[in-house]
Design a protein around this ligand. Structure first.
Ligand code: ASP
Ligand code: MG
Length: 458
């Protein structure tokens, strides 16, 4: 079997955790061909971002403090694992880079990516040492060296997928066939000119699925600190349980809702080539985790999981002038888009007299201002009403498609608990139903749905 194993930051918090993960790799190399993808140690990407900002802002003491913290964490791990040389080299390089940014007093997206890349580069150097110390024959690669190429949209670069897959297969294929373990920096890649880029926050998962697709892996294991994907957040729904298998489309639908939102495109390469992805817990490696696989392979079940998005607000745009008027929705979205406001949910009735939009509570006022400026002045709408303190509840499941009566059960269960529904949205993919309720009713609505669809039972 060919495996890609990706380790997240919380699994690489210190030398001990790294040794533990190295042992997880070693236990597989005897039987399987393995490639490893590593993300930055816990909290390091945030620290690097803060370092880059402080350097550019000229707040030298702050920059020094971030550098010192980065040095401390990595040097400690390096000393424990016996890899001080390479790690010191990288830290010195980072120091010089921060100095350069401070000297010009400006942070371009390109130089920010160069700084961010150090998290994965350092962790990869350390993990490589942990593996070789455990007796595993391993070789470290930067994403670019492994063959991952992107465009030059620094900060959120887009992989040139076909080229990347081809190059990664050429570079790493023979290596794993010979029993060696490549250890690849997650999250970072390079332009065709060799300039370092990053794939966007959480991008190591994306690296893992690209590598898995390139190598024609049998499975891609995403090792983190959770047992898998859950039927609901156990802090809200006590009966929540681990999902054994779900389909790619369900997982994509759920990606927004997890404790840590998954990189939106991470599953694409795996889904396209049908390589199953397994979410596993390094703290409980004996668990089976959650397998994300192609549709037909997933078990039945109408609603599979229930989610609550807290801290939301709704905006209602109304006016008879909107009826039958082409372009109102476009104006709404343009106004919000121009102000960088992320839309969580949209609904418009067929009467066309109103559009409801849910946004994050922190963006509610900005959204209101943007919509008032764009729509009221021009007479495209009469009123913009705001409803703060809303929770969005979403039920996800591929089995809803074409099944009659799901909406009736969803809203029946919610009504039975005396909860008022403020707005509803369902896409025609029928993979999920979302609705807004008052902030405090969110958890109760989620419990109602979890019960109604029997999600606590195995
Ligand atoms: N280290 C990067 C981040 O924190 C990438 C990743 O962890 O996947 O976003
Ligand atoms: Mg991270």
């Amino acid at each position: 079997m060919k495996l890609v194993m990706k380790f997240g930051g919380s699994s690489l918090a210190d030398a001990d955790r790294m040794r533990h993960c190295a042992a997880l790799v070693r236990s597989r190399v005897a039987k399987h061909q393995v490639a490893v993808v590593v993300s930055a140690m816990d909290g390091v990407t945030e620290e690097l971002l803060a370092l880059a900002d402080a350097a550019a802002a000229g707040t030298r003491a702050v920059a020094e403090a971030h550098l010192a913290a980065l040095r401390r964490g990595h040097e400690e791990a390096a000393a424990a694992l016996g890899e001080p040389g390479r790690v010191r080299e990288l830290l010195d390089e980072l120091d010089r880079l921060a100095g350069g940014i401070a000297a010009v007093g400006e942070l371009t997206p390109r130089s920010r990516d160069a700084v961010l890349a150090f998290g994965e580069r350092l962790a990869t150097a350390l993990f490589h040492r942990a593996l070789t110390s455990a007796g595993v024959k391993a070789r470290a690669f930067d994403g670019g060296e492994a063959g991952l190429v992107t465009d030059d949209r620094f900060g959120d670069a887009e992989p040139l997928v076909e080229l990347s897959l081809y190059q990664v297969a050429e570079t790493l294929g023979p290596l794993i066939a010979a029993g060696e373990v490549p250890v690849i920096t997650g999250f970072i890649a390079a332009t065709q000119h060799g300039v370092t880029t990053t794939l966007g926050r959480g991008g190591s998962d994306y690296t893992a699925t690209l590598v898995g697709a390139a190598l024609g892996a049998d499975e891609i294991w995403i090792w983190s600190d959770v047992d898998g994907l859950m039927s609901a957040d156990p802090r809200i729904v006590p009966g929540a349980r681990r999902l054994e298998r779900i389909s790619f489309s369900e997982a994509v639908e759920m990606a927004q809702f997890g404790a840590k939102a998954m990189h939106p495109r991470a599953l694409e390469p795996a889904a396209e080539r049908g390589v199953p992805v397994r979410i596993r817990n390094t703290f409980r490696p004996e668990g089976e985790g959650t397998l994300i696989a192609r549709e037909g392979d997933a078990p039945d079940g109408i609603v599979r999981s229930v989610h609550v998005v807290h801290d939301s607000g709704m905006i209602l745009v109304t006016g008879a002038g909107m009826i039958g008027r082409v372009g109102t929705a476009a104006r709404v979205f343009e106004a919000l888009g121009e102000h960088g406001i992320n839309i969580r949910m949209i609904s418009q009735s067929a009467s066309e007299a109103a559009i409801s939009i849910a946004v994050g509570a922190g963006q509610l006022e900005a959204a209101r201002a943007a919509l008032e400026a764009r729509l009221l002045r021009t007479g495209h709408a009469r009123r913009v009403l705001v409803e703060p303190e809303v929770a969005i509840v979403a039920a996800v499941g591929a089995g809803m498609r074409g099944t009659r009566g799901v909406a009736a059960r969803v809203f029946g269960a919610v009504a039975a608990r005396g909860i008022n529904v403020i707005a509803i949205a369902q896409g025609s993919s029928e993979l999920s139903i979302s609705f807004a309720v008052g902030r405090d009713a969110g958890p109760d609505a989620a419990r109602a749905l979890h019960d109604e669809f029997g999600l606590a039972k195995g």
